[in-house]
Design a protein around this ligand. Structure first.
Ligand SMILES: C[S@@+](CC[C@H](N)C(=O)[O-])C[C@H]1O[C@@H](n2cnc3c(N)ncnc32)[C@H](O)[C@@H]1O
Length: 854
């Protein structure tokens, strides 16, 4: 079953592409070679050649090899889900079965290695196949491999992900207790990987201490991410929907114990949302994915990166301000453009003035071939090369800012001999050209070279190891960020008026760029106005950081008020959440007005209620909680109180109860205290679902355990749980519903008959005395005369095959699939009993248990 026992949800709506869905939509004619209108993609673009030759991203001698590789299709890469209970089976199937059986085909086709583990990925968990899609369909051996890839992806045991895209999470050095922020997370490949790393290093513990907060600006992509990560079955994930550059700080100035709000636990809760690790996989022009998305050849132009540079800096700066001192942040793009890469890293280093270091990670992942970051590059704008910012000024290129250049210098400061920025404030010493730097004539200046250690950045180029291209920089926060004024678009580029900014950005807003649709007029307007107003107000990320970190008593009080007011305002038109008191609406409104004056910036983030987003509420209905505990005999040691949440305001009609880890619970507690600054689109692991069938409502407990939640609670269940022999377990998977009298093990049949009506858990009896979290177990329905599985047909098939394969491998002789009467897959799935109870409804329940209405 997928992921950590797998989410059994239908994935058909999300099939198009998990990794790449945020990219440009393919036109019908461009994607289907069988369509008569289909034309092969042009795989050249003269401006691309000119741009990158000039940037010298590879040496002139390598240019042809680089271009040749860019024109070849990208080999398929995938990762085995390290937390899947079949991880080892799959790894061994790849190494022992497919590697050998595919070898002959590969040699025939001229490839030496058909599939191979990526040497730099730990534990042989990531693989690359050298077959193209067409080849995979060619013959039976390949088709079998193709089917394997499809099924295991569907189940969640493997994830298709571009090899280079797997690199950034590996450099984050994530540990099981870390709080990790994934700022631009959708569609979630790296979030999934981060969670895997947390779980894997937590050594099988189903509730690690850490958590991942995955954020994305685009709500639809957030939904894709939620779907994708469902397969992880994790209680340690929060998904939010914010602009990364304005991600809320959630600073609470009350040091409240957890217990005062939701529990009696006296542990101190967190008072600010800070992270041990931050991943900024920012929106970019994406030309590193040319091999996978060849339509980029046609769309590519030299200005694409310029339009994203400032946003990338803002997102990265916000990421750094949310990072704990001592923490690590990875900045990455799938672009080859230095303006989106080294220039951004250089600018954040300058802004952080020594509080952030670029880490030399040359000793980490030594088998990954990478090249050092560039220290010199040029900027191209509207077909003209600009070696330094002075050229941009000369040519009045308003869209170009000093930080795009290697030196980051604003020559206006030089020529004006002025140590003040344009808004009159002192600028960061590192940005000012010092006297001994003075250039006698700025016309002398040709090519700029950065004096920052940008060679520590990593560039992955396609022809080094047959991949896409990627850029990665690893940053370490050594101390609090300095409080310095913003020197973003306005002060740097003399873009002092809204109209200038508008014009500048409109020029750039011509392309649909990865993850950021700047082509739409509305979208562009919104972005432009936002940047313009930001520039006018001179509100910087640094100022926010300063406010966060060097907060005075006074501001602290103000913030607290804002939070309280926001919370109260929330409560006026909503029901109390988390046991917080109700408030008087006019008072709240007054307070809100006062606070609004003092906290204009923050007000934007603290909306009293997030429109269109279900509230997150702690579930505290003791009657229901106790009925669940009693029915399933849940051991007292299972942390229940304060860990259950719902998204339904109507306590009487709660359909799903989600479980959250301690780390997520702490963040939710904090979020309530700060007036729900986080716009949470998804949180928690679906643990219990209300039975709505006729039989279900007559069962003693109206909630069943969901498939996703089962692994977490399994070790704590003492009632409604049975251990089936391999033969009976397989029969259940095969026939889906079995009468008590028909079980091979009559004793088991009798025990099943003795269970209470309703949901129960059947564990595969191995050597376990007691089920542990890694045991193979399925949710079933105990009807009046039979037991029915509550698992999707696809998951049943996967489980059956995996169990059969395991048993064959173990060669214990007695449990060969044939001897267990395992039916042919097709026969099995097409039968009436193929209907399963996943996503149960009344009808499904009736069909499954044919005797239910007796
Ligand atoms: C390169 S993709 C991220 C890919 C993702 N990390 C993964 O591995 O699956 C960039 C993402 O940034 C999002 N995005 C664009 N602008 C953003 C912003 N201002 N704040 C946060 N996310 C943003 C896009 O919606 C897109 O999903």
């Amino acid at each position: 079953m997928g992921g950590r026992r797998g989410s059994r949800t239908q994935r058909k709506h999300f099939k198009q592409s998990r990794e790449n869905v945020w990219k440009r939509p393919k036109t019908e004619s461009s994607s289907d070679p069988n369509n008569p209108a289909w034309q092969p993609f042009a795989t050249q673009n003269p401006s691309f050649d000119e741009y990158y030759k000039e940037q010298r991203i590879v040496s002139p001698e390598e240019w042809d090899a680089f271009m040749e590789m860019l024109r070849k299709p990208l080999p398929a890469a995938f990762r085995i889900n390290a937390t899947s209970q079949f991880c080892e089976d799959i790894r061994s199937q790849l190494a022992n079965d497919f590697m050998k059986s595919l070898q002959a085909e590969a040699i025939e086709g001229g490839d030496l290695e058909p599939i191979k583990p990526l040497p730099w990925y730990p534990d042989n968990l990531a693989w690359q196949s050298n077959f193209s899609r067409m080849q995979l369909r060619k013959n039976q051996t390949l088709e079998r491999f193709h089917e394997f890839l499809k099924l295991e992806t569907e189940i969640g045991n493997i994830s298709r992900q571009e090899a280079v895209s797997m690199v950034p999470p590996l450099f984050l050095d994530v540990r099981p207790d870390h709080f990790v922020l994934d700022v631009c997370a959708a569609p979630g490949s790296k979030t999934f990987q981060l969670l895997e790393i947390i779980y894997h290093s937590a050594k099988g513990r189903f509730l690690p201490d850490g958590m991942v907060l995955a954020n994305d600006l685009d709500v639809q992509r957030c939904n894709l991410l939620i779907h994708q990560t469902k397969r992880m079955c994790t209680a340690n994930l929060i998904v939010t929907n914010h602009e990364g550059q304005h991600f809320p700080g959630c600073r609470s100035h009350k040091n409240i114990s957890n217990g005062s709000e939701t529990t009696n636990n006296l542990e101190q809760s967190i008072t600010q949302l800070l992270f041990d690790r931050v991943l900024c996989d920012v929106p970019c022009s994406g030309d590193g994915t040319l091999r996978k998305a060849p339509d980029i050849w046609r769309k590519w132009n030299g200005g694409m990166g310029n339009g994203l540079h400032c946003l990338q800096i803002h997102i990265a700066m916000r990421g750094l301000s949310l990072l704990k001192v001592g923490g690590r942040m990875v900045y990455s793009t799938c672009s080859m453009n230095p303006v989106e890469n080294e220039a951004v890293v250089a600018e954040i280093l300058r802004r952080c003035g020594g509080s952030v270091e670029l880490v030399d990670v040359s000793n980490e992942l030594p088998q990954l071939i990478r090249r050092p970051g560039l220290t010199k590059w040029k900027v191209r704008d509207k077909g003209v090369w600009l070696p330094s910012y002075k050229d941009a000024r000369k040519l009045q290129r308003n869209g170009i800012v000093p930080s795009m250049f290697p030196s980051g210098k604003n020559y206006a400061d030089l020529t004006n001999n002025n140590q003040k920025s344009e808004n009159g404030e002192s600028v960061n010493a590192e940005d000012v050209v010092q006297p001994d730097d003075t250039i006698s004539s700025i016309d002398d200046l040709e090519e700029e070279v950065s004096d920052l250690p940008l060679q520590r950045c990593m560039r992955i180029v396609p022809h080094d190891q047959n991949t896409g291209a990627f850029f990665i920089a690893v940053l370490h926060k050594v101390s609090h960020l300095p409080a310095i004024p913003d020197k973003s678009a306005t002060s740097q580029g003399k873009l002092s008026t809204r109209s200038e900014l508008y014009e500048n950005l409109s020029d750039q807003a011509t392309e649909e760029i990865n993850g950021l649709e700047v082509s739409s007029v509305d979208g562009a307007d919104e972005k432009i106005l936002e940047v313009a107003s930001k520039a006018e107000e001179n509100i910087s990320e640094m100022a926010l950081e300063a406010a966060d970190e060097k907060i005075s008593e006074e501001t602290s009080e103000v913030d607290e008020k804002i939070s309280e007011v926001a919370l109260e305002a929330d409560l006026v038109d909503d029901e109390p959440a988390g046991g917080a008191p109700e408030s008087n609406s006019s008072e709240a409104a007054d307070k809100k007005t006062d606070s609004a004056k003092t906290g204009e910036k923050r007000k934007l983030q603290i909306q009293s209620k997030w429109k269109g987003v279900d509230p997150v509420l702690f579930f505290q209905d003791e009657t229901i909680i106790n009925s669940i505990k009693t029915f399933y005999g849940i051991d007292e040691s299972f942390p229940f109180t304060g860990h259950l949440v719902t998204r339904n305001k109507d306590a009487n009609h709660v359909k799903r109860i989600y479980y959250v880890s301690k780390s997520v619970k702490d963040v939710l507690d904090l979020n309530f205290r700060v007036g729900q600054q986080l716009k949470i689109t998804s949180v928690g692991l679906k643990m219990f679902e209300r039975q709505s069938s006729r039989e279900g409502s007559s069962a003693p407990c109206s909630f069943r355990i969901s498939s996703e939640g089962l692994p977490v609670i399994l070790p704590y269940i003492t009632k409604q749980i049975l251990y089936a022999s391999p033969a009976d377990f397989k029969h259940l998977l095969q026939y889906k519903s079995i009468k008590f009298a028909d079980f091979v093990d009559a004793d088991f049949g009798q025990k099943a008959a003795d269970l209470m009506l309703g949901c129960c858990v059947i564990v595969l009896r191995e050597d376990h005395v007691q089920a542990d979290a890694l045991a193979i177990a399925i949710g079933c329905w105990k009807g009046r005369s039979s037991l029915s599985v509550m698992v999707t047909a696809m998951d049943c098939q996967e489980l059956l095959e995996r169990l059969s394969a395991r048993m064959e491998t173990e060669k214990n002789g007695t449990l060969a699939p044939e001897s267990l009467g395992v039916l042919d897959k097709k026969q099995d799935m097409s039968g009436e009993n193929g209907t399963t109870l996943e996503d149960h409804n009344v009808e499904a329940m009736k069909i499954q248990d044919t005797n239910a209405s007796e």
